[in-house]
Design a protein around this ligand. Sequence first.
Ligand code: BG6
Length: 485
Amino acid sequence: NHECTDVIVVLGASGDLAKKKIYPTLWWLYKDGLIPKHIQIIGYARSKLTITDLKNRTQPHFKATPEEKAQLDGFWKVNWYVAGSYDKGDDYQKLNKEITKFEKPGKKVNRLFYLALPPSVYEPVTKNIRENCMAIGDGWTRVIVEKPFGHDSESSAKLSNHLSELFKEEEIYRIDHYLGKEMVQNLMVLRFGNRIFSPLWNRDNIASVIISFKEPFGTQGRGGYFDEFGIIRDVMQNHLLQILSLVAMEKPVSTGAEDIRDEKVKVLKCIQQLKLEDVVLGQYVGDPEGETEDSRLGYLDDPTVPDGSVTPTFALATLQIKNERWEGVPFMLRCGKALNERKTEVRVQFRDVPGDIFPEGAIQRNELIIRVQPGEAVYLKMMAKKPGMSIDCEESELDLTYGSRYRGVTLRDAYERLILDAFVGSQIHFVRSDELAEAWRIFTPVLHQVEREKPKPITYKYGSRGPREADDFLTKSGFKYTGTY
Ligand code: BG6
């Protein structure tokens, strides 16, 4: 559209997130022609940088090929940089001037502000954007905010109130990058676009649901940041709970953002507050026989982690949804760093076959697995007759592995989808303020109790499955082991 220019301002342009995620994402969108044609990108941070400095920092993360040189030059031609503080109005006036450069009579300028910043500066930054940099005429202004959105109910409510005084909810994009992942987006289609799942999707047929996030590396020098939050705030309260709400919500009235988010909030409201007895907490120790330097170091060996920290790097929590569909079905969220593999998946385990006629132990429970990453897949574990003369039962799979079914199709990075959504004004995959409040309501009491009582987490070895107690806990909650999980 020749009538408008879209400007994205990356606040915190000199930081890690901007370097590793935001600039590379903008480049990928640009080179594939997905980003609005008249895009202008303005970096903003305290350091005095030139575009060449910015290029040297970020471009190594672009994975650009030599053939893309001309396009790269084009990309850097639409990049600008302004150095300024995060709290002085004058600096934002300067930024505003840079943006207004693109305003011509009859041409509207839309403004998307990406806060790639530590939460400590969210308040002054958003206030200054509001006071100095809002779009004029019929251009829009939108703000993308990264987690952490507070650290408990109270601090999150304070931030939400602050933001809602400055911006309308339609202008605030709270990013949870898991909502941008292919398989997370697939949940809606799987559940509501198939006749076969809907009648089974309830307490009568489903025994338990496990949502796991496993990472094979430790805090890698990010321990100082991590220690303030711990794994529950880092991964469980946001990424895993978002997945849970898509798995458990009722069918929305439509695929519109408000209808979907209404249902997510509704199911979250039915979740009881987590109690300490429903949680297993762990912290990794180094493996003296580990092959890499990282694996020989435990969490407490990270020099940026305070001595004697009891911050969990692993957590398993069982949530109960008290509604007609789910009462009594445990939803187990499990996440950990420094484990044996990288894997995020949802496992829906069905109940035993009633009136089983086969020899005892021959029949395994059905399971529907949605593998979020790596190796995106949906597969259904089911029983089949073992080929041959006898009637032996064997566990087999209906397998939709994306790598083979969609060979040659590149799955887009989560940030690409989400930044594009923000440009086109789609909030489906962003977190609404009432959703966030519910997420904190569920976890705040247990987080506070852990902070007060400082229970010692169970240690587990770097590269292991996590504390054995967590597996025992899963079994106790009714999960039946049928392979690796
Ligand atoms: C982030 C967490 O939100 O998600 C990190 O802060 C974690 O600790 C990361 O490593 C995982 O994201 P992904 O996309 O690599 O699974």
